[in-house]
Design a binder for this molecule. Structure first.
Ligand code: KIV
Ligand code: ZN
Length: 419
């Protein structure tokens, strides 16, 4: 793209609205506030606090977030009806920088099968509600729901109508996660180019992950000119979730020189945010999840461990410190090599007995074949055994006498190490 002064991409976090509305992710007002405080530390630009009309508890959560959090725009969601908009305004009007977010469908599937309306009726309703919201609040975001499956010409007409009615932000959602990256980029690019008045609005995108393309679609939209992205911590959200905040933020950081873009997120707060959301929702993060999964900075195979121990650049494209971790993890498994084995012993400050190196390594391999991960405690025991040269003095024969079959070895090793 470009390489001079980077463009700013604004980060809109919807963990507390789209993330929280998915099954099993419910959060009470106190938990929402704790997450909002962490989002404040993370430095996101916009926090979507909830859907205030949905319950008194959510209204109260939005109100507390609006009153307490500083430095971010606070928004909440309304359908295109006055009661919803009143509830949003009632809950966020005390924010330092409030914004009303209105959603109304734009695809024919939704217009006909969900709303039972005509395109003209939808346009009129949307414009009236935008104007109503603007009569209270200077910032109004309009989301034409299911834009990814809409007729592009009608989407353009919708966007220019809403900008004409006073919308300050247009958010293009791929509500069902249906689009391919090049299609979504082209759609967003077309709307920005063709909708009259588009220079007066900020363009945002909101992608779902049903086909695993949420981040790719978001990137395509940014490259087409969108400058705000809606995302959630750990990628939580309806069905397969939303664009993951940590992935899009680290993508902008790691590939900054190629993309020429930046955002204001304090990336060292990412791991803390991920763990807090996981803890408060009671939902673990999948281990291989990009950026925040337990394995994202873990190296287990001998080839990779050797490479990382020689120079992290060999296998790491981002530093664990940049996301708030203290270090990468060298995990000892049956696929590890001697370099990693000795590295971990050194880190533990454990010395092998003179001449006990080979025997200790063999014991390590035998044990590693019996379990998923060899722990620090296992290593200490292996090292202690190296002093007895295979005889542990507990009545069992030496390990080497028992190398008859795999199960036998496994049992013997468990026995020797765990008694
Ligand atoms: O997925 C969606 O379309 C939404 C809108 C409210 C932006 O969540
Ligand atoms: Zn959504």
């Amino acid at each position: 793209m470009k390489d001079s002064s980077p463009d700013r991409v604004f980060i809109f976090d919807t963990t507390l609205r789209d993330g929280e509305q998915s099954p099993g992710f419910h959060l009470d007002a106190n938990s929402k506030l704790r997450i909002a405080r962490q989002l404040e530390k993370l430095g996101v630009d916009v926090i979507e606090a909830g859907f205030p009309i949905s319950s008194p508890g959510d209204f109260e959560a939005c109100r507390r977030i609006a009153r307490e959090i500083r430095g971010a725009t606070i928004t909440a969601l309304a359908r295109a009806v006055p009661e919803d908009i009143d509830a949003v305004w009632g809950s966020i009007k005390d924010a330092e920088d409030p914004q009303i977010h209105i959603v109304l469908s734009v695809s024919d599937v939704h217009i006909q099968r969900k709303l039972g309306m005509t395109r003209e009726q939808v346009l009129r309703r949307g414009a009236e509600m935008v104007a109503y919201a603007r009569s209270m609040c200077d910032k109004v975001e309009y989301s034409p729901e299911d834009a990814g499956r809409a007729d592009p010409a009608y989407l353009v007409e919708t966007v220019e109508t809403m900008i004409g009615a006073g919308a300050t932000v247009i958010n293009i959602p791929d509500t069902t996660g249906y689009c391919l990256p090049h299609e979504f980029g082209a759609l967003v690019g077309r709307v920005i180019k063709e909708a009259r008045g588009s220079d007066k609005a900020l363009f945002s995108v909101h992608c779902h992950n049903d086909l695993g393309l949420a981040v790719a679609n978001t990137l395509a939209a940014i490259e087409a000119g969108a400058r705000r992205v809606e995302c959630t911590i750990n990628g939580i959200g309806e069905r397969a979730g939303n664009t993951s905040l940590e992935e899009v933020v680290m993508l902008l950081k790691v590939r900054q020189s190629k993309l020429g873009l930046e955002c204001g997120v304090e990336t060292t707060q990412i791991t803390r945010a991920s763990r807090l959301v996981s803890e408060l929702t009671g939902t673990p993060v999948q281990p291989n999840k990009a950026v925040v999964g337990a394995n994202a900075f873990a190296h287990a195979s001998g080839i990779h461990q050797d490479g990382v121990l020689k120079d992290r650049l060999n296998y790491e494209i981002m530093k664990p410190e940049d996301v708030g971790l203290s270090d990468s993890r060298i995990v000892l498994t049956a696929r590890s090599g001697r370099h990693a084995f000795h590295h971990r012993l050194d880190r533990l400050g454990v010395k092998l007995a003179e001449g006990g190196d080979d025997a200790a390594w063999q014991r390590f391999l035998q044990l590693a074949d019996t379990k998923k991960e060899v722990t620090d405690e296992d290593l200490r025991k292996i090292a202690a055994m190296s002093e007895t040269n295979g005889h542990v003095g507990n009545g069992h024969p030496p390990v080497t006498d028992q190398l008859h079959d795999h199960n036998h070895v496994a049992d013997a090793m468990r026995h020797l190490i765990f008694g």
